[in-house]
Write a protein that binds this ligand. Structure first.
Ligand SMILES: [Zn+2]
Length: 537
């Protein structure tokens, strides 16, 4: 259907095209359908006028006359500076994008045709999204599915290459069909030419694969999606659960696989998914018991009374983590972009001489915890207070600092230097890798003090080790919550039990969140709600 090598050669110009503000097509112009990649910013329209248009025309939920459509079109183009002949049609379809508005959306496209206007790719893409919305509320008729396929054919025949946004629209259209959804797979490849496929595209396709009994395909894409750091939407898990419920004999295997996946990738399920699991258990009580639960002190489940697993990792896992960290994070070339081999060498020798420590403190991070604009005397005093916190607990401390901190107030810096080992890196050095090196090098009992969530470092380790790194991080990371008026500090101590889905004995404990978030926080907070789940073998 399209020539991959040609596409790769085109990649550079496609990227340029998408990053520019001018969206004129590149020559030869048939190659792209991306003139309208940017979604029109509907929020920019004054809302009162927009509401009037919506309630007068789009909420009738049926076809509009040619006169009505002409009026809507001219009102929008005349009233809003950024609405023009090129984007107005897609904007109109954006205004009637709810499932029940499919007839209105179709009537608009019909209207364009009667006026001799050929709807552009963005407009037809928007229409596909409305079909998709309808598909989520009911099964589409044969005729509707044929309409989708026809639109996709037209768009694909007109353009050898579609931009990522058009690919997403087509994918959303195709998954609403029973027999043509697998045509969406090469579109996912096409998206990869210019970007990582979107959360919506992945989620729609994976949910479809599960519901169409293509489990291995679904799981493969799901793994790929999380590798690309895209958070799976609820529709994926809902689809998998609905499919698993169809066959009681394989239900336990499917559920175990799902929960292991949640554990490995530290994913919380949303309220919607939790409700479906509870409903499934009600329907099949012999197969599955699910209760909502909360944790008591020290991570005790108030339902089954068991304690959640300790977060600590095994000695073998720690050794593997330490070695891999050195290989993948510290020795990686780009560490040297922010330091020099000489500085790294000097640091390693210093650590060899002064380790082991009980705690390694990121000095600048701590000093800036309550704001970066404070006078140096105050910054130094805060750091000294944190050093004292550990000193009072008879801990051996290493403070990582920057050269410029040497100029901070003398008494506080003197206190720090006489009560801790202190290593100053150059002002430009990125010191997280140094912090992690010193902590890991010191041994399995060593903690560190920093607010940094170390996301990038964790990701470099790969999926399996990332999960182990996160557990190690959770067990060993201290951070400053605040400093009181009287100068006292409140320190956040590590939570010692596991916060991700895991099994205690034969009972799964799965953490929940209220709703799906594309970027859930990486901080270690105890989820309020959990599910306590027993699966019959
Ligand atoms: Zn429990």
């Amino acid at each position: 259907m399209y020539n991959l090598r040609l596409l790769r050669q085109l990649r550079y110009s496609l990227v340029l095209q998408n990053s520019g503000t001018s969206l004129a097509p590149l020559p030869p112009c048939r190659l792209l359908a991306g003139q309208h990649k940017r979604r029109p910013q509907l929020g920019a329209l004054p809302s009162d006028q927009l509401d009037r248009l919506k309630s007068e025309y789009f909420e009738r939920q049926c076809a509009l006359s040619n006169e009505d459509w002409q009026h809507v079109r001219s009102t929008l183009t005349e009233s809003y500076r950024h609405v023009n002949g090129t984007n107005v049609d897609a904007i109109i379809l954006g205004l009637c994008s709810k499932a029940e508005q499919l007839p209105v959306a179709k009537s608009f496209v019909e209207h364009l045709k009667t006026q001799g206007i050929k709807p552009n790719a963005a407009t037809m893409g928007r229409l596909l999204r409305v079909y998709n919305a309808a598909y989520h509320t009911r099964e589409l008729s044969e005729a509707e599915q044929s309409e989708i396929v026809e639109i996709c054919d037209t768009l694909q025949n007109a353009h050898d290459v579609l931009d990522a946004s058009s690919c997403e629209n087509l994918i959303l259209g195709l998954v609403a069909t029973t027999h043509h959804w697998d045509r969406a797979l090469p579109l996912l490849d096409m998206m990869r030419l210019t970007s990582t496929p979107s959360v919506s595209a992945y989620s729609a396709l994976i949910a479809k694969a599960f519901s169409a009994d293509q489990l291995e395909l679904g799981w493969r894409l799901l793994d790929e999606m999380v590798q690309a750091r895209k958070m799976p939407k609820c529709e994926i898990f809902l689809s998998l659960l609905a499919h698993s419920a169809k066959d009681e004999r394989t239900l336990s295997v499917q559920l175990e696989r799902l929960f292991c996946f949640l554990e490995l990738h530290d994913i919380l399920i949303s309220e919607l998914v939790a409700q479906q699991l509870l409903a499934l258990a009600q329907r099949l009580p012999q197969r599955l018991q699910v209760s909502t639960t909360r944790l008591e002190r020290f991570g005790k489940c108030s339902n089954c009374q068991q304690n959640l697993q300790h977060v600590a990792i095994s000695d073998a896992q720690f050794t593997e983590l330490r070695e891999s960290f050195l290989q993948k994070v510290l020795i990686r070339n780009d560490v040297f972009q922010k330091t020099t081999p000489e500085e790294l060498q000097r640091f390693k020798q210093y650590v060899e001489k002064t380790a082991p420590y009980d705690c390694v403190i990121d000095g600048l991070n701590v000093a800036y915890s309550t704001g970066t604009k404070k006078p140096p005397a105050q910054l130094a005093k805060l750091l000294a207070t944190v050093v004292r916190y550990f000193k009072e607990r008879r801990k051996r401390v290493l403070v990582l600092g920057r050269q410029h901190m040497r100029n901070w107030s003398k008494p506080a810096m003197q206190y720090i230097q006489s009560n801790a080992s202190v290593f100053f890196t150059s002002n430009l050095t990125h010191d997280d890798p140094f912090l992690l090196y010193a902590t890991l090098r010191s041994g399995q009992d060593t903690d560190f003090f920093s607010r940094d969530l170390m996301r990038a470092h964790a990701h470099l380790l790969g999926t399996e080790l990332k999960a182990i790194f996160r557990r190690w991080q959770q067990e060993h990371q201290y951070s400053l919550v605040t400093q009181t008026q009287t100068g006292q500090i409140i320190v956040k101590e590590p939570i010692r039990y596991r916060l991700s889905a895991h099994k205690v004995g034969n009972v799964w404990h799965v953490p929940c969140c209220e709703a799906y978030s594309a970027n859930p926080p990486d901080s270690f907070e105890v989820p309020e709600k959990w599910l306590c789940i027993t699966i019959a073998p």
